[in-house]
Design a protein around this ligand. Sequence first.
Ligand code: R5P
Length: 272
Amino acid sequence: MLAQDLAKELECKYLQAHTTRFPDGECYVRIEEERIDDDVIIVQSTHPDHNLVELLLLQDAALGLGAKKVSTVVPYFGYARQDERFKRGEALSAKVMVKVVEMNSRRFITVDIHKPIVLDWFRGDAYDVHAAPCIGEFFKGSEIDMVLAPDEGALQRAREVATVIGTEWDYLEKTRLSGEVVRMAPKSLDAKDKNALIVDDIISTGGTIEAAANQLKIMGAKSVTAVCTHGLFAKGALDRLRKCCNAVYSTNTIEGEVSVISVAPQIAKALR
Ligand code: R5P
């Protein structure tokens, strides 16, 4: 879907590669064209793992048909959270991904990469596209009246979204009240009677948003909406979040039930 959106934005041809699996599970890809005399943009995430293999095979298939330049759009760059060897003996996973993805591609584009330092490891051009303008546009004209980041480090994203909507923004500050009780409250704003929007880059287990949403409700928020760029929604997270949030949305970097916000306009801008 994202590749189709992107082709429309860029007014270029969309090709759906043929992909299937051999009986032993290995991946087979084929681009059913005689020749490619143009530049090619391949859209595929590196998550889950089988998509990475598909991406590498697609890059090679495009080059094999004569593509002049291969650009790779990785909507969700998996493994970006392991950008260090946190413990002795671990793999530097993000760097491994960089090496393989750029083997057959001269330009790399991703969306809201978890650790921007990873981009510095590419030898070719590498860009990180922000989903915030598309998220802001989606909520423009809605009843949202405050945008919140789940922590201070994510404040810039909340600010970008809030600026497009035209609302206030803040971040949630964690205060440990006892060994087990953590309070999460907006740093400066009052959530009472407000329609709050929490913005995060990733929702995985949903634990972060769940804690924030419950706290905002306790503080008297009229409604709590959650939105993220990458909706991984692991282990039934979406069902759990629907119980504590009035609505949950994500962008289409990972396609699923709530991926209603297209980031194609922002990716197209980076590619032009
Ligand atoms: C953390 O650094 C990220 O920005 C997200 O807040 C985190 O990955 C969300 O994970 P979960 O949904 O499991 O709480």
